[in-house]
Write a protein that binds this ligand. Sequence first.
Ligand code: FAD
Length: 491
Amino acid sequence: MPEAAGIVTGEAVGVNRYFGSLLKVDKMHDPRSHFEDAIADPAVFLDTPEELSRYGRDWTGRFQGETPLVLRPNSTEQVQALLAVCHRKGIAVVPQGGNTGLVGGSVPRNGEVVLSLSRLNAIEGFDEPSASVTVQAGTVLETLQEFLAGKGQMFPVDLGARGSCQIGGMIATNAGGIKVLRYGHMREQVLGLEVVLADGTVLSNLNRLRKNNTGLDLKQLFIGSEGILGVITRAVLRCQPAPAQRQTALLGLERVDMLPAVLMRLRAALAELSSLEFFLKGALELVCARFDDARDPFAQPHAAYVLVECESGEPASVRFHEVLAEALEDGAAADAVVAQSGAQAEALWFLREGITEAISKTGLTHKFDVTVPPGALPLFMEGIRDLAARFEGVRPVFYGHLGDGNLHLNMVQGASLADAAFRALEEEITEPVYALVVDFEGSISAEHGIGVLKRKYLGYSRTPDEIATMRAIKALLDPRGILNPGAVLEP
Ligand SMILES: Cc1cc2nc3c(=O)[nH]c(=O)nc-3n(C[C@H](O)[C@H](O)[C@H](O)COP(=O)(O)OP(=O)(O)OC[C@H]3O[C@@H](n4cnc5c(N)ncnc54)[C@H](O)[C@@H]3O)c2cc1C
């Protein structure tokens, strides 16, 4: 099981304020009976202990709780009927997609019913002239990628959890990933959206148009709303032509403070730059130590590494090699390797994408997903090193998306620190990290969202007036507070 910095159960999170008025579904008293008048299809309900257990634990293993019932609708009408019952009876619901979220928002914490979108998973149609695809929320990202590859197209948001994460979950978290630099987040890909509100009202706007300024763009409210405002059921997404080829290289840098210059240089010189990822020496060492088939491609270690990828419609571009050669000549980079085949490109990508798992094989970790302006990244990481040095037995590991200033900082448990002692440091480490983020005018959540993990720190990135406005919108769309209670906003 991947990293876990203390299991958080419903009790630790605290009973949310809505429970006074919400109906606690009792697993001893046939929980499905609440819904059977609305839906006869038995495939919609799961309630045996074996079936329920996997819906109660998140990917990190850190957040877990019990649910009396999992609802698995396979149409918008079923979602509508189920939510209408929940609203009427006051039954709390946690929407769940692929359950790969990293902030604890996708699992029940206080005995809520889980609404899984996994069976609502059809790809409804591809429209070539508008370069758009209509999908149901439970479609797994990799399935969509494979479908579009068969049409000579691609979906431009890509991330390590591609085999499990679902389009609905990705929209609900406004997922980013490894190509934001060129194509943007989920928000930039969503043309149309269908959402079922807490009371069963369906807001359906499966728009395929690029231009459609007709009043408030309501879909934007739900993108990144982490299941607290409505359940996403269908979406229309933009596609891109599949690239004819990819060119991939890894650069080794002498010093960490050279990262911003490399970013500016490559962004200016390579119009087809699609990914610019970075990791520091400690992260590469960890991947090579934890995976037998991972290999440092350089003869000498470097302070920092940059993975560069261009996706282009043309066959092999000479420009890619020229730009890298110039960077080496000027000393902007100390060394470079260029992948000569798809397999070599994959091996280079593994050095970056294997870091999360290598960390989880190493020990417990306090995880951070923050952004600072990209030019400030080296100074920020220096500040973090100074901070980490105050905690004996805690090792910072740095990697992330250079083009977006997005740092996945992991404070990893060293061998000298017992589990309980490491877990007890959570607040002591988190508060100064977020204070430093604020000093650097950054954000405490770059792409993973707030969920449960970060809700008490939301005030580091949002003003009290903004948070009060979020609460007012929540109260308007979900007056009984049945949707994902306790996620994003503190009870
Ligand atoms: C190995 C790994 C790599 C990752 N890399 C990245 C990365 O590069 N970039 C990135 O942004 N994230 C990354 N993530 C995090 C995660 O994959 C994303 O947050 C993803 O978008 C979650 O999708 P999901 O379907 O698993 O959602 P879940 O985890 O099931 O749910 C996430 C949140 O969305 C809500 N939700 C889910 N479905 C719906 C719906 N249909 N309607 C309303 N609300 C819903 C849930 O209630 C929950 O609050 C990574 C995770 C892992 C494990």
